[in-house]
Design a protein around this ligand. Structure first.
Ligand SMILES: [Fe+2]
Length: 166
């Protein structure tokens, strides 16, 4: 079989998309674990601001779930297979969970949310770089919106804690 110029191009495209698929699956694991962390914060918070922050975590979880589903289905569209078990999420995600603690101050819970969002923003930037290099504009576009939104949440959470956005 002769290797034509177009088959080489196609092979390169397939190989390139492996990187995009890998970063998409990293997002699947990270967003699943981030949801779990936000759920813990939602349950374990106590004190001033509860009536505002408790439902705010619901909003955040709903938003992350939206990205999770969109990115998972994009991965399937590209021929990939998203992680789908708790074991896989735990093993593949770089986020670290800790046991729930009712004694944490509200500020500590919010600082934890900021930390999780900062990790996700950093991961989304990696995803933007990878998808840009791969020329996958569709996946890139999903990450642009997700990153912009989480950066705005970080600004607002930091403002709530009396801190500058960066
Ligand atoms: Fe709830």
């Amino acid at each position: 079989m002769t290797t034509t110029k177009s088959s080489v191009v196609n092979m390169n495209k397939v190989e390139a998309l492996q990187t995009t698929k890998a970063v998409l699956n990293q997002s699947v694991a990270d967003l699943s674990k981030a949801h779990s962390i936000l759920h813990q914060i939602h349950w374990y918070m106590r004190g001033q601001g509860f009536l505002v922050y408790h439902p705010k975590m619901d909003e955040y979880m709903e938003e992350l779930d939206g990205y999770l589903d969109e990115l998972s289905e994009r991965l399937i569209t590209l021929g990939g297979a998203p992680f789908s078990t708790l074991k896989e999420f735990d093993e593949q995600s770089k986020l670290i969970e800790v046991k729930g603690d009712f004694s944490l101050a509200m500020e500590e819970h919010l600082a934890r949310v900021i930390e999780v969002f900062q990790y996700l923003v950093s991961h989304f930037q990696t995803a933007l770089d990878v998808t840009d290099k791969d020329g996958d504009d569709v996946t890139n576009d999903i990450y642009v919106g997700a990153k912009a939104s989480l950066e705005k949440h970080i600004w607002m959470l930091k403002a709530e804690l009396g801190q500058a956005p960066r």
